[in-house]
Design a protein. Structure first.
Length: 242
């Protein structure tokens, strides 16, 4: 989906008049074999998505992988220790089978090695068991959903609604892509985008996977699709200020 071209060709009158569709919340696959953790996650998701959500739980890694291959989910949350298959093995199989569903991995307390491996394998983020019901964990899940929701929007009306909020996900995306046009190191990008390393890493992984950023060695650079996306966002913002 070429978002840039969609937004550039969307009539201004339609943008201003079309009503937003009701947000029904995300569809999530949670691969977890501990019932207590499932109950905790349901509470966490209820706090994040008061409008509702659809949580599908399976306790077995191989069953979860089959669901990921055959069903649509906005994102998946993977426990690391699972029967028959670990969360990292599921990530690897998702990559091998071109399953383009963002994933968050849940690790044990102090299991930093697994967390680092998960991020290197393309996980959006990792959460720590025992810390699921925290502000940081809830923000991570919400940011992922905002990114997923942004990438599947088809109309300027949806983007217009987001642009009326204070420094939204779209603002962050535009900042990162604009700062990366001529190539930039991560440290400099963190400084220019006014973000911390952990938070910006999530955006970098997501934008690179979607083809809006290119990662070459220690530098990130905006692709042609990324430039079109920035241009579309800027043009739509200018309409709002007229």
């Amino acid at each position: 989906m070429n978002i840039g071209l969609i937004l550039l060709n969307y009539p201004q009158s339609d943008i201003m008049n079309e009503e937003e569709n009701e947000n029904e919340g995300p569809k999530i696959l949670y691969i977890e074999d501990n019932n207590t953790d499932v109950l905790v996650m349901k509470k966490v998701l209820s706090d994040i998505f008061p409008q509702g959500y659809n949580l599908i739980n399976t306790p077995i890694g191989t069953t979860g992988l089959t669901k990921l291959k055959n069903e649509y989910f906005d994102f998946t949350i993977l426990d690391y220790k699972l029967p028959r298959m670990t969360g990292l093995e599921i990530l690897e199989e998702m990559k091998n089978n071109d399953i383009d569903i963002p994933a968050i991995v849940v690790t044990g307390q102090g299991d930093d090695e697994t967390a680092v491996k998960a991020l290197k394998m393309g996980a959006y983020d990792y959460l720590v068991k025992g810390n699921l019901d925290t502000k940081e964990s809830k923000l991570s899940i919400l940011e992922l959903y905002n990114l997923v929701n942004f990438m599947k929007k088809d109309t300027g009306a949806d983007l217009l609604s987001s642009l009326t909020q204070k420094r939204t996900t779209i603002d962050v995306i535009a900042d990162i892509l604009q700062n990366s046009v001529y190539g930039i190191g991560k440290t400099t990008l963190v400084f220019k985008s006014n973000m911390n390393f952990k938070r910006i890493e999530k955006y970098l992984v997501f934008l690179t996977a979607r083809g809006f950023l290119r990662h070459d060695g220690d530098k990130y650079s905006t692709t042609e699709d990324g430039k079109k996306l920035v241009k579309a966002i800027m043009e739509l913002k200018s309409l709002l200020t007229r």
